[in-house]
Ligand binder design. Structure first.
Ligand code: DX5
Ligand code: ZN
Length: 229
């Protein structure tokens, strides 16, 4: 029997009915919701005068430093959702400046705050400290191309360790991508009935699944969600 909890990635749910979808997940026994927070860095570009007024456009072209080419939701959505559920809202940040989101997400009622090791440069200790000081649980995520050893110092030697390592088995961007089995020796994404056992046997104890759940909740029937570990 799978000894892991299943954390539905709400990015794959019907976001126009998010509170209803969350209620459905809670009915299915879920109490850990994975909230993918992505933002593409952009710039405001003033273009030439036209019809006697400035036209402003936001250029989020790929020429800017961005982390995931997608724009999902932020603190206001977490805040609204918090009014509908006591569930563990675990925010997975795919942004280049996670420090800026600690305060707003804590205030909004997030419980988990997972930041990408790839962008935390040298200030991850300060980031972990700030996350904890706001009452949230810090986690670190690893993109498929990042070696595990890039983050071992965040929980092995650290006197201020993270509490979760999110091994991404898809690239940070959208739900519904193909599971990358080569990540098993490192395990978030592309998980479903045919891949979940491999991930759990590889040692994952919290399985993030989006499209496989919202396409058909069979996964939640097959693996009744264990209570939060
Ligand atoms: C990918 C996200 C994952 C993804 C999981 O950028 O971090 O949480 O939404 O969804 P599936 O299970 O569809 O890959
Ligand atoms: Zn995620």
């Amino acid at each position: 029997m799978l000894k892991a909890i299943i954390a539905p990635s709400m990015l794959s749910s019907d976001l126009a009915n998010l509170a209803w979808e969350v209620g459905w997940m809670i009915e299915c026994g879920v109490d850990w919701l994975h909230m993918d927070i992505m933002f593409v860095a952009g710039r405001v570009v003033f273009i030439s005068m036209k019809f006697d007024y400035w036209v402003i456009c936001i250029d989020i072209g790929s020429s800017f430093s961005h982390f995931a080419p997608n724009l999902t939701f932020g603190a206001p959505v977490i805040e609204s959702l918090r009014k509908h559920t006591p569930a563990y809202l675990d925010c997975h940040l795919m942004v280049t400046n996670p420090m800026d989101y600690v305060e707003p997400l804590a205030k909004a009622g997030a419980f988990g705050f997972t930041f990408p090791i790839e962008v935390s440069k040298g200030n991850w200790q300060e980031l972990v400290h700030k996350i904890k000081s706001k009452g949230m649980k810090p986690g670190v995520s690893l993109m498929p191309g990042t070696q595990f050893k890039r983050c071992s110092h965040l929980y092995l030697e650290s006197e201020n360790p993270v509490e979760m390592v999110l091994v991404m088995t898809v690239e940070p961007r959208f739900g519904g991508q193909k599971f990358m089995p080569e990540m098993l020796d490192k395990v978030d994404g592309g998980l479903g009935p045919s891949t979940i056992d491999a991930a759990a046997s590889a040692g994952a104890n919290c399985i993030v699944a989006g499209s496989s759940i919202f396409a058909s909740p069979i996964l939640l029937m097959l693996y009744p969600c264990c209570p939060r570990l």
